[in-house]
Design a protein around this ligand. Structure first.
Ligand SMILES: [Zn+2]
Length: 314
């Protein structure tokens, strides 16, 4: 049985990589800049270089590698191994990246949505270890989602299962770049905290914070809320309440044992988790005792690499 797999997490700023064993241990990790502005071919060359350096540094024959898992921003097709578009990577449209990498490295390659890869990473080695059914939400620029059922990543028929960021939470709500209105991520992402706070400031609502460049981000909004700023407290409370509604919807659709929260917003720690659990308990039904636990992710920036590599073993 092949012992090792390589995981790659392709992001707009950095390409992270690592070598995983079958026990879910990350034996080696590395990170390089993406240099996306230099074009698609350049980035592909950097990914190939990172795979080769990780394989060489492991000191293990190529035949011991089950393959490479590549987590990348979507939309994409896992089945076809094609990235349809990558908003943070100029020139990436309809790229058959799986076959390109397989041909250039001689390794089997699996392409996966980065949010799915991170969810599978937390299932493999983090907050979701030993859990049969979990859902993970990544609260960052947007809101990503990933679903693990009975130890398997559920991708959906069209490879877009778990795209909770675009679940419509408020009909006719805030416009989303995806074309819909009222998407969950327009209310519950780290970016949404900043955007909604700035909109209220621009509308003339009083606050101890002023419009700066760059504008106040989620951590500053939270700090202001904790220091007694009324506007910041309202934006934070509304964020937590939107997140709680998202968790209620996940509970009813999937009945998971665990909802894992990841991404930049969870740096808030208990300032997020405590009111979220309270808001969830208030918002959900009381007629059945089937409430999932809501817990923070534990792997941080390694989740995507670990999950991508773990999927290469599948
Ligand atoms: Zn949307």
């Amino acid at each position: 049985m092949r012992k090792l797999a390589i995981g790659i997490d392709l992001g707009g700023t950095n390409i992270k990589g690592g070598v995983l064993d079958r026990a879910g241990r990350l034996l080696r990790r590395d990170s390089i800049e993406t240099e996306g502005e230099r074009g698609r071919e350049h980035v592909i060359g950097r990914v190939v270089g990172l795979i080769e350096s990780l394989a060489a540094a492991s000191g293990t024959p190529r035949t011991d590698f089950a393959g490479v898992g590549l987590g990348a921003p979507g939309p994409m097709s896992h089945k076809a191994g094609v990235i349809h578009a990558a908003p943070n990577l100029p020139g990436w449209s309809s790229v058959p990246i799986r076959d390109i990498l397989a041909q250039r490295t001689g390794l089997k390659v699996t392409l996966e949505n980065d949010a799915n890869a991170a969810a599978f990473g937390e299932f493999t080695a983090g907050a979701g270890r030993g859990v049969g059914r979990m859902f993970m939400m990544t609260l960052g620029t947007g809101v990503g989602g990933g679903l693990v059922i009975d130890g398997r990543l559920e991708r959906g028929h069209f490879d877009n299962a778990g795209e909770i960021g675009h679940m419509i939470l408020f009909p006719n709500g805030r416009p989303c770049p995806c074309g819909q209105r009222g998407c969950f991520e327009r209310y519950a992402s780290a970016n949404a905290v900043s955007e909604r706070f700035v909109e209220a400031l621009r509308a003339g609502e009083p606050s101890s914070l002023t419009l700066t460049a760059p504008p106040p981000q989620a951590p500053e909004v939270l700090a202001a809320a904790e220091a007694g700023d009324g506007l910041a407290a309202r934006v934070w409370r509304e964020t937590v309440e939107a997140l709680a509604l998202g968790c209620v919807n996940v509970q009813h659709l999937l009945n998971p044992e665990l909802i894992v929260l990841a991404g930049g917003l969870i740096a808030a720690g208990d300032a997020l988790l405590r009111p979220l659990r309270e808001a969830f308990s208030r918002a959900t039904w009381r007629i059945a005792p089937d409430q999932p636990r809501i817990e923070p992710a534990t792997l941080g920036g390694d989740a995507g690499v670990i999950g991508a590599a773990a999927l290469a073993f599948e």
